[in-house]
Design a protein around this ligand. Structure first.
Ligand code: FAD
Length: 212
């Protein structure tokens, strides 16, 4: 992969098994919240690349990615071991499912999908928009940023169980309108489609990214 070697500025734990990497933005880097990058590292002598989605509201000077660390995985545990001053290689941005200044956003996140959701949520609130967040995780992350978004006016619902079985999720989504965004792994996307259809939204209109 071609790419640019950039400095890791900070690595922070933001929940059980979830980290944020703050990374120097490459020159001329114009990434929008919700777009993803290819990130490369050399793990045990082998080049490994994976995709990660922007989780900061912008990429001015630095940007952030939020990584759910899979202990059995190749790249995510390596990323979790990085320290400030070390480098990673990034290419991109890629993807078309990103925030484009919509005035009302409905953001659904599963697992590490919470990264782009907090990034878009912060950007939309800063733009004066209306923000609804529904986040499913057994061990929720980004508690601090979610609390800040709520204090700034977002509707935030965190649930540990199935979206489709939660009356609270149905209630929040029934009352929300605007551009829907969905981020997470394939099983979460299926569940999100089901609950969106049941609450008056057309899943085909959602902007979404499937993490695999
Ligand atoms: C567009 C896009 C955006 C994404 N954005 C994010 C993001 O913002 N945050 C995030 O955390 N993730 C994101 N992902 C997922 C990310 O790219 C990685 O897939 C994830 O971090 C796991 O990578 P890994 O190298 O740690 O694990 P991998 O080495 O890919 O392994 C993942 C799991 O699969 C198992 N496995 C691997 N090979 C086999 C095999 N042959 N047979 C059986 N099991 C196997 C491993 O044991 C492990 O449990 C995104 C993915 C895509 C496509």
């Amino acid at each position: 992969m071609d790419g640019t070697e950039v400095e890791v500025k900070a690595v922070r734990n933001v929940g059980e098994g979830t980290i944020v990497l703050e990374i120097e933005s490459p020159p001329e880097f114009d990434a929008r919240p919700g777009q993803f990058l290819q990130v490369a590292g050399t793990v045990d002598g082998e080049r490994v690349t994976r995709h990660y989605t922007l989780s900061s509201p912008d990429a001015d000077g630095t940007f952030e990615i939020t990584v759910g660390v899979d202990p059995e995985g190749d790249l995510s545990p390596w990323l979790a071991e990085r320290e400030a001053g070390e480098t990673v290689t990034v290419a991109g941005p890629f993807g078309r499912s990103y925030y484009e200044g919509e005035s009302r956003v409905v953001l659904l996140a599963g697992g590490p999908g919470v990264g782009p959701v907090v990034g878009i949520g912060a950007r939309a609130l800063a733009d004066g928009g209306d923000v609804t967040i529904v986040y499913r995780d057994d061990e929720p992350a980004h508690e601090g940023r979610l609390r800040e978004l709520e204090a700034d006016g977002a509707t935030v619902l965190v649930t540990e169980g199935s979206l489709t079985e939660s009356a609270a999720v149905r209630d929040v989504l029934s009352r929300a309108d605007g551009q829907v965004f969905v981020y997470g792994f394939a099983d979460f996307l299926s569940e999100a489609h089901e609950v969106l259809a049941a609450t008056g939204h057309d899943p085909d209109d959602a902007k979404e990214e499937n993490f695999g």
